[in-house]
Write a protein that binds this ligand. Sequence first.
Ligand code: CP3
Length: 366
Amino acid sequence: MKNFLSEASPEFAAAGTEARGSRFVRACLRLPVDRTPIWLLRQAGRYMPEYMAVRKHHSLLDICRTPEIAAEVTITAAERLGVDAAIIFADLLLPFTPMGLDFEFLAGEGPVVHSPIRTAEQIHALRTDRVDELSYVGRAIEKVAAHFSGPRADGDQLGIIGFCGAPFTLASYMIEGGSSRNYIETKKLMYSDNAAWSLLMEKLVTVLVGFAQQQVEAGADVIQIFDSWVGALSVTDYRQYCLAPTTELIKRVQALGVPVIYFGVDTASLLPAMRETGADVVGLDWRVPLDVGWKAVGEGCGVQGNLDPIALFAPHDVLEARVREILAAAGGRPGHIFNLGHGIVPGTPVESVIKVVEWVKEYGTQ
Ligand code: CP3
């Protein structure tokens, strides 16, 4: 593991050694950087011809479970776009398999869990002792870390991001059996069986900490925790049912020695509560102006975001204006990582994605 945290001491920050290390990791720690770092949610995905070429011969799960291919897809996307960090190619649902829950990805439908969890007995039966079976993700990270081990042309070290889901978002897939509009089954269980819900949260935290540990030991510099669907919750329900287990997860991942980025969608009203988890950086969706979102999480926390991914379909003058607006709202304060407000969708013009990276490099001097 790289020793970035020790660099976070005030003396180091005051020493003015801004260019050393990884500007992405430094920004996660709210240290000064030479310019705003950028990476993009779903930067390796179906919008990219290089990914589709690999996908023609391999299923999504095959790519995730074959370290050579997962590493290649991760590296290709980061290099093609010229971003400052690479997120390991994997999926939120991978931990379901060692927990004893079968799922698959169906074309056009997304993930499908075959026997969704609806009872306390099913929660009791979930396994937490087979996290080792996820070691293929760590092996892929090792390959990515080896590839990016030296400084790049501009002297910066590319950041490597590991990730996992947050307890609520993973529980919602387990209980709904797939994507959902109203999360009725999830909320029914959450409201009606406190003991079962708490046990599910606890089991997820146990597995996710183990999974994150493998990724950090393999070379991940930062862990991003995706709570993609947490915006379905009221502030009261978030506080009552999710804040404690999510805080526990984040604290235990930070104890592994890496900063944590905590991301959700439709979270404007939840941001102050999400900040209470102690995450180093909170990911903002595009619905909240970046400065308003940053105020909501407070100055003691970094922010990541928050361009509307659909703005990538706009004419370049409009897109450029949106990029500049976000950089202006961040105002060059340490702790901003440029990103989208959610993932790149299929059909997005690759040249627009590359343009955004170029503009952030040009205008994002802090
Ligand atoms: O560069 C990257 O970010 C790619 C790595 C990545 C994938 N999934 C690969 C993938 C990451 C970070 C994820 C996380 C993930 N998986 C999330 C959180 C991110 C978010 O968008 O909020 C979620 C909710 C999942 C679960 C999941 N996986 C869904 C709902 C889907 C279907 C989405 C769709 O548009 O069809 C997937 C499939 C998936 N995972 C794809 C990719 C590239 C696309 C399908 C494919 O290649 O066949």
